[in-house]
Ligand binder design. Structure first.
Ligand code: KG4
Ligand code: ZN
Length: 349
């Protein structure tokens, strides 16, 4: 039995969680607390890195206390302290890493730096209906859009990725130019519910490219052009149509490439992770498309799609279980704002 306390602070969410791992049992989430900075950044239309770092500092210890109270545990019950080592905003990462390593030193417990995307990738293991290896993973967040073949913990092969904007960025940038604020994904998805997805003929970039790569920059430009043509004060109905059409274009490409990845790999299990994985239209379309191929789709619990501490504690626990964790006890640490997942495989890179 081992308890891992995990800290996430790579961007605009402070997350802390305690995960218990017991041989022969699925991991258990004992406590989980989150503070989103969305309200704070909203006034600026995007994440302001310096404000993000300062807010992580304010939130991280109260959240840790909350998690331990929720779990009915104390710091003495913590065996390993994990934190997001990258990728992300350098200053924001340093807060979680600094706190985690200081805590480890104070408790005399080892620490482990985790790759943020590995956290997203393994988050479905906290669901009731956890996947089995191997599977295809569609990782769709604000910064990443990747298809991977996952053979096991620490064994990830990249099948395809975006050559420019990420899917989350396409949602966010389109929403911003439509005046929907930040973060745009959920707002655009909400507005799209009232719109007609066929109202605007928007491009599906790289849909027929034959490979598994994505491109969303051209779509954003097309949305911009369409929006300008609506004049200075478009009505709510036509705006909803544009939102629905934008969402449909993004979802169409994500679904087509993901199904292609399933076909090419011959695998019949799909995991969807990352913030855009919370999009209900995407979930419906993927579930239906996968069913036609006889494949099953696994999602993390909805609240664990976007950034959180649970996925970081979990990824650390699963790496420990797999014998892949390079635990540190020397009180030293670094963060890796740019860190390809390929470099975080197997034993620590
Ligand atoms: O994984 P995440 O929380 O943070 C990163 O690691 O980037 O993903 C955030 C992204 C943002 O682009 C946000 O707009 C998008 O996920 N997102 C959504 C939805 N919920 C979050 N996009 C579309 N529909 C949603 N329901
Ligand atoms: Zn993320």
């Amino acid at each position: 039995m081992m308890n891992v306390l995990g800290f996430e602070s790579s961007c605009d969410e402070t997350g802390v969680a305690l995960v218990a791992l017991e041989a022969g049992h699925p991991p258990r989430l004992l406590g989980d607390a989150l503070h989103s900075q969305v309200d704070m950044h909203q006034a600026y239309g995007g994440v302001v890195p310096e404000l993000a770092s300062r807010d992580h500092i304010r939130r991280v210890l109260p959240l840790a206390r909350q998690v331990l109270a929720q779990a009915g545990s104390t710091l003495a019950d913590v065996d390993v302290v994990a934190y997001t080592r990258g990728p992300g905003l350098a200053g924001a990462l340093l807060v979680g890493a600094g706190v985690a390593v200081a805590l480890g030193a104070a408790l005399g417990k080892p620490t482990l730096g985790v790759h943020h995307l590995e956290g997203h990738l393994l988050s479905p293991f906290l669901a009731e209906d956890a996947p089995e290896f191997p599977f295809v993973a569609l990782l769709v967040s604000g910064g990443h859009t990747q298809l991977m073949q996952v053979e096991g913990v620490g064994r990830y092969a990249l099948l395809g990725e975006t050559i420019d904007d990420a899917a989350g960025e396409a949602f966010d940038k389109s929403a911003k130019l439509m005046g929907l604020g930040y973060p745009g994904g959920p707002a655009l998805a909400r507005l799209a519910q009232q719109g007609n997805p066929a109202a605007f003929a928007l491009p599906r970039p790289l849909l027929h490219s034959g490979d598994l790569d994505f491109s969303f920059a051209g779509l954003k430009t097309a949305v911009l052009t369409a929006h300008r043509k609506l004049g200075p004060a478009p009505g709510p109905a036509v705006l909803a149509d544009l939102a629905a059409s934008t969402q449909a274009a993004i979802v169409d490409v994500l679904v087509a490439k993901t199904l292609r990845a399933l076909k090419q790999s011959g695998l019949r299990r799909l995991v969807v992770a990352g913030g855009v994985g919370a999009n209900l239209r995407l979930r419906e379309a993927l579930t239906a498309g996968a069913a036609r191929l006889g494949a099953r789709v696994h999602y993390p619990p909805l609240h664990l799609c976007t950034d959180n501490g649970a996925m970081i504690a979990l990824a650390a626990a699963l790496r420990l279980q797999a014998g892949l964790a390079d635990l540190r006890r020397d009180g030293a640490f670094d963060v890796r704002p740019r860190w390809p997942l390929a470099e975080a495989q197997g034993a620590d890179a």
